[in-house]
Design a protein around this ligand. Structure first.
Ligand code: CTP
Ligand code: CA
Length: 234
């Protein structure tokens, strides 16, 4: 789908997209991170801009170039990402949480580099503490129906349920309007150019987007979001 054939159905809309993977510092040179490339979030931001939206991309360590025509706010930690998203959510029509946000951070961050001592018995143990859930906070704090909140979930099936069952449970738990459900495995999801997702709506709707470029997936997400925009465009 070329940008020329895209509908301008996000004209007058403000959109916030978080993308990439957060990093939680242990010391000045080390961090806990994740494998998110930011590709899908960047594709969502680019597609929204092409459809006429004013887009802010809250970017955590992207491995891909940022699209032209979007405002970019760089962040590192989950706390920074949360602050940047919350600050911009109030005046926006849609918030898409495509970023891989660290669930936990080291409980302490040393200001100097962690060193080995002569005694291995004194090797450090990393204690983690929980980060706040940005997505759940957006849902909790929103006023009326705006903004529309879109979450992502990367799941594997396991003994306690299938990918779809985990997705539905997460949608209910988070309370967002749309959940972009991604089955992850050895070769799928992270860093790949393509993606296969299922779009789960809070109304019980379910739409499968077969393996396609992340730009095609992005347009499918916006196709699902547009009918959820009830307030008038400004
Ligand atoms: N998310 C968030 N803040 C966090 C963790 C996750 O906003 N501290 C958002 C992600 O950006 C994503 C959605 O929540 O849109 C789902 O993330 P995921 O890691 O799949 O869900 P969790 O609730 O963290 O559950 P899990 O235990 O499966 O990691
Ligand atoms: Ca998580």
């Amino acid at each position: 789908l070329g940008s020329g054939s895209r509908p301008r159905d996000l004209e007058g809309r403000r959109v916030v997209v978080s993308a990439g993977g957060t990093r939680e510092p242990l010391d000045p040179v080390r961090f806990l991170g994740n494998r998110s490339s930011g590709r899908q979030g960047v594709a969502l931001a680019a597609a929204a801009a092409a459809r006429g939206a004013r887009v802010t991309l809250v970017a955590a360590h992207l491995e891909v170039p940022v699209p032209a025509g979007v405002e970019v706010v760089g962040v590192t930690t989950a706390a920074e990402l949360g602050e940047a998203v919350r600050a911009r959510a109030a005046g926006s029509d849609v918030v898409v949480m495509a970023a891989a946000v660290a669930d936990f951070r080291p409980a302490t961050r040393t200001s100097t580099k962690i060193k080995k001592s002569d005694d291995p018995a004194r090797d450090p143990v990393v204690v983690l503490e929980r980060n706040p859930d940005v997505l759940a906070g957006l849902v909790r704090e929103r006023v009326g129906a705006a903004p529309v909140v879109v979450g992502f979930a990367a799941e594997t099936g396991d003994a306690s349920g299938s990918v779809l069952e985990h997705g539905r449970a997460k949608l209910a738990r988070k309370g967002c309007d749309l959940l972009v459900l991604n089955e992850v495995g050895e070769t799928r999801g992270f860093a790949a150019a393509t993606n296969a997702v299922t779009l789960l709506g809070a109304d019980g709707s379910e739409r499968e987007v077969p393996e396609a470029g992340k730009d095609v997936v992005a347009d499918a997400v916006w196709d699902a979001v547009v009918p959820m925009l009830t307030s008038p465009a400004t």
